[in-house]
Write a protein that binds this ligand. Structure first.
Ligand code: ADP
Length: 455
């Protein structure tokens, strides 16, 4: 409307000039002047068209030509469009930069490939992982494993490949080709070292459990078959039944240990802490051990210092019981087994010491692994499951403590459960005793009244 009015105004101005000239000059002169005015208006339009045409071929940041008459609103509107477009473009560019920076910070490598598997773009992680530099080079220049060549050629959407990268030994990577629209491919590289280790552990664990169960089951099945098919005397029958019972007990222990381990490791299992007296706990475990040993070993209990702690009684009992069972298993008849409690370096320490066969140094780093045994045959013969120390380690971890051992072949072993200072409950302040003790009987840091020894 504005534009129409402005155009009409120009025409009206020319018409007025014509009418004026008609009145003051002559009819003939007026026609000439009108003609000149129209030609001038046409030249002005052409000049503006040319200037706009020229402007449109310049970079977008160049200013628009100034407009007069009907061109003023046209150019103003055009300028607004240009401004809006520039703003939108600036916003888009900064958005892209933000996305780019975020993608570069991703730990996963991202590579965009064209239909010929040439690199179009790679983020920082992909450049570092695969040594990618520049673009338009084939991806197999950077990832040279033959299995990768097959993987990229097969180009199956959502397929994955596990590989090791020469620049990162010891790590496992998963390459993925997610489904993408169009010809381009997106190659994602992810470090899955931890997951690969877990997978390996899981499958080792399943293989170990199957192996542990297969042995007793084979024995049980064999003896049961013999009992069913052969005529045997009473003594042999009892012996076979005894073997069946022993193997079933081994399986039972294995299942119990597995359940214990799984409950200790389950996320939902919380530590049932409560205040505990160490002395009665260790005394009753010592009695149990004495029964288990059936008089084959000598036992001793020694307690020093404050004896109250905060712990989960069931778990702590289980840890000490496992250590005592091992001491009995791996200490020949006539050997000595001792339990000690003391507070040292602000830790509460329960040590189970034996004079048994001991362990060679090379086995020590692996002792707390599940199913690790120094002597598989000996452990099995003694009813061991290979899970005892793994369970103890887990229990100590849950108590913010640790398991420590000193051992040497032929010299015996000492396994110590170390509980942190926060789990020690100080003894109440002692009531002063009127009669003084004779000088020289107490050792530094040892309360003789609280030292118990039982043999
Ligand atoms: P196991 O059920 O076989 O005893 P553990 O996890 O309790 O399994 O112990 C792992 C291995 O450590 C045992 O197989 C044994 O070889 C060794 N071991 C544990 N305790 C002792 C010990 N007191 N003396 C000698 N060797 C031991």
């Amino acid at each position: 409307m504005k534009l129409l009015l402005r155009s009409l105004a120009v025409i009206a101005l020319i018409a007025l000039v014509g009418i004026g000239l008609d009145t003051f000059v002559s009819e003939h002169g007026a026609v000439w002047w009108l003609g000149i005015a129209f030609v001038a208006a046409a030249i002005m339009q052409t000049v503006y068209l040319v200037r706009l045409y020229h402007w449109s071929s310049l970079p977008r940041n160049r200013a628009l030509p100034a407009g007069i008459g009907p061109w003023r609103p046209i150019i103003a509107r055009l300028a607004r469009f240009v401004r809006q477009e520039t703003d939108a473009r600036t916003e888009l560019v900064s958005e892209l930069e933000r996305i780019h920076a975020a993608v570069d910070r991703l730990p996963d490598g991202l590579v965009v490939l064209d239909r010929y598997d040439h690199v179009l773009w790679a983020n920082d992680a992909a450049e570092a992982l695969h040594g990618i530099f520049g673009t338009r080079r084939p991806i197999h220049h950077f990832i040279r494993q033959p299995e990768f060549a097959r993987f990229i050629q097969a180009n199956e959407p959502d397929s994955t490949l596990r590989i090791q990268l020469p620049a990162y030994p010891g790590h496992t990577y998963e390459l993925r080709l997610p489904r993408t629209p169009g010809d381009q491919k997106l190659l994602i590289t992810r470090d899955i070292t931890d997951q690969a280790k877990l997978d390996a552990m899981r499958s080792d664990f399943v293989a170990n459990v199957s192996h542990e169960i297969r042995t007793p089951i084979t024995v049980i099945a064999g003896f049961a078959e013999t009992l069913l098919t052969l005529e045997i005397d009473e003594a042999a029958r009892r012996e076979y039944l005894g073997s069946i019972l022993k193997q079933s007990q081994t399986m039972q222990r294995l299942v119990e240990d597995l359940l214990m381990l799984s409950s200790l490791e389950s996320d939902g299992s919380t530590l049932e802490d409560e205040p505990l007296e160490v002395q009665p706990l260790l005394e009753s475990l010592l009695e149990e051990a004495r029964l288990l040993s059936q008089g084959r070993h000598h036992f001793a209990l020694r307690l020093e210092g404050p004896r109250r702690i905060v712990a989960a009684p069931g778990e702590l009992e289980s840890a000490v019981r496992n250590l005592l069972t091992n001491a009995i298993r791996y200490t020949p008849e006539g050997g000595r087994i001792g339990i000690e409690w003391r507070v040292q370096d602000s830790e509460g320490r329960i040590t189970v010491r034996d004079t048994g066969i001991g362990i060679a140094a090379e086995h020590i780093p692996r002792l707390t692994e599940r199913f690790y045994r120094v002597d598989r045959g000996r452990s099995r013969a003694n009813g061991g499951t290979g899970l005892g120390l793994a369970i103890i380690k887990r229990i100590m971890h849950r108590h913010q403590g640790r398991l420590q051992f000193e051992t040497a072949p032929g010299k015996g072993s000492a396994f110590t459960l170390c509980l942190p200072a926060a789990r020690l409950v100080p003894d109440p302040v002692p009531v002063p005793v009127p009669a003084p003790a004779p000088a020289g009987t107490a050792q530094a840091g040892t309360d003789p009244a609280s030292t118990a020894q039982r043999a």
